[in-house]
Design a protein around this ligand. Structure first.
Ligand code: NAP
Ligand code: HSE
Length: 435
């Protein structure tokens, strides 16, 4: 398939804009493989063209002239990642009216002017996508609009602001509100004006968008009852802890008969509820409906690269659903070999029954060491004249653990059946090293 060069433009080159550019460059081969297109950033609109920038774009790309973008007919998608209601709203409207597809991460814009923007998109015959405006990397809009199209979702419950969840999680560890907010700002999670985060306004816009998409009826942002976390104290956090609960900023949209209730505010969340375990800048959205019962999506809710992943996905969806559309391509593009079953590493739980006398533990340790299996935790229980050892190992390959067990079973001190099970403990979240 011949590669097609697709010029694209960014409105904004801050935390999210620079990450979008970086992701487009670093994932160019994957995007081309899926869509047949290579997306190339030709314009990045900013306020200050002289500013030093991370992942620096070519000087010829940086501009403060929107008209140049409007005039350039070769541009096929524009990502609005500048924020603010104006002039972003005016720019997006002009682009849509000029027949340019737009992707936006701007929740205030979508929540406040969605109706007008979608009307302009329909009139211009182009797409307006907004996945990144709600919960950054979590594809909740796609799930609601595509996978759950025939499902009657009647409640949406979520942690939809990363900054406040980061602050509340830090307060649980004894850190002050001010300290945690400053770190969230440094990490690029917070809005340009962090009052939007802590006062619940960011979460209100996202909850209004979720309600609109879930219920198929426009939910204006001024219907949302909003309370922020400014009055949450370490005392609240400690009281919640004593009750086995967690303080979280919760957005809730409920369909009650034919009427809608939408609110955002701090809540005590029971420790067993799926939202209780959502920590740091992670978000989660629980969708409740007749057929689906309950689906919870969890993932990074803020951050440059996390948000960029949703922006790029929307851009790819737009270029991929025209011309040589990626849905027509065979998704199989390489041939991977199977990993030998014993090679996958994990921590393991081992249960060993052995004689309860001097030197036995040393023999066990010797057999584990011979297979380079390292012990993380060990508990010994007496049992019927024997000792039962409960061991949790550090990460080790399944083959090495099986080898150690075989050797331990053969020891004269062994009693009963030695067994092993993998321990599932990590969250599988790799440090990306750049944001
Ligand atoms: P940011 O770091 O403040 O970057 C904003 C960019 O837009 C800057 O490059 C700025 O130019 C440019 N800009 C702002 N006003 C402009 C104007 N009037 N004309 C031309 N350029 C203008 O913001 P961000 O964190 O990337 O957020 C961007 C958008 O993504 C917001 O809508 C935000 O709500 C949304 N979002 C952010 C996150 C996150 O974790 N950061 C997550 C999800 C969604 P200069 O560089 O010259 O100042
Ligand atoms: N400021 C927002 C947050 C960014 O903290 O969730 C993601 O929309």
């Amino acid at each position: 398939m011949a590669s097609v060069d697709v010029p694209v433009a960014l409105l904004g080159y801050g935390t999210v804009g620079a990450a979008v550019h970086r992701l487009l460059e670093e994932s160019a081969d994957e995007i081309e493989r899926a869509t047949g297109h290579r997306l190339r950033v030709t314009h990045a609109l900013v306020r200050d063209t002289a500013k030093e920038r991370g992942f620096a774009p070519d000087a010829s790309v940086v501009t403060d002239d929107l008209d140049g973008i409007l005039r350039d007919d070769s541009i096929q998608v524009v990502a609005e990642v500048m924020g603010g209601v104006e002039p972003a709203g005016d720019y997006v409207l002009r682009l849509l009216r000029a027949g340019r597809p737009v992707v936006t991460a701007n929740k205030q814009l979508v929540a406040r002017h969605g109706a007008e923007l979608f009307e302009a998109a329909a009139a211009g015959g182009v797409q307006l996508r907004f996945e990144a405006s709600v919960c950054a990397a979590i594809p909740v809009i796609k799930v609601l609009r595509e996978s759950l199209i025939v499902t009657n979702v009647h409640q949406v419950l979520g942690i939809v602001n990363g900054t406040t969840n980061f602050i509340l999680s830090a307060m649980e560890k004894g850190r002050s509100y001010g300290d945690a907010l400053a770190e969230a700002q440094r990490l690029g999670f917070a809005e340009a004006d962090p009052t939007e985060d802590v006062a619940g306004l960011d979460a209100a816009a996202k909850t209004a968008i979720l309600a609109t998409v879930a219920f198929g009826s426009r939910v204006p942002i001024d219907w949302v009852g909003v309370e922020g976390i400014e009055h949450v104290t370490l005392d609240h956090v400690a009281a919640a802890h004593a009750l086995g609960m967690h303080v979280k900023l919760i957005g809730r949209a409920s369909l009650v008969g034919d009427r809608v209730d939408v609110r955002v505010g701090p809540a005590f969340v029971d420790g067993h509820h799926p939202l209780a375990a959502v920590e740091g800048a992670f978000n989660a959205v629980m969708l409740q409906g007749d057929a689906i019962r309950e689906i919870t999506l969890e993932g990074p809710g803020a951050g440059g690269i996390e948000t960029a992943s949703a922006v790029v996905a929307d851009m790819v969806s737009i270029v991929g659903t025209t011309g040589t559309g990626f849905l027509q391509n065979d998704p199989v593009w390489r041939s991977l070999e199977r990993l030998p079953p014993g090679d996958l590493a994990s921590p393991f739980y081992l249960r060993l029954e052995v004689e309860d006398r001097a030197g036995v533990l040393a023999r066990i340790a010797q057999e584990l060491a011979a297979e380079e299996v390292s012990v993380a935790q060990l508990v010994q229980q007496p049992s019927d004249g024997h000792a039962v050892l409960h061991i949790v190992t550090h990460e080790a390959s399944a083959g090495r653990v099986a080898g150690a067990l075989q050797a331990i079973r053969a020891l004269p001190e062994a009693r009963g059946e030695a067994s092993a099970m993998p321990v599932i403990s990590g969250r599988g979240v790799a440090e990306l090293g750049w944001a």
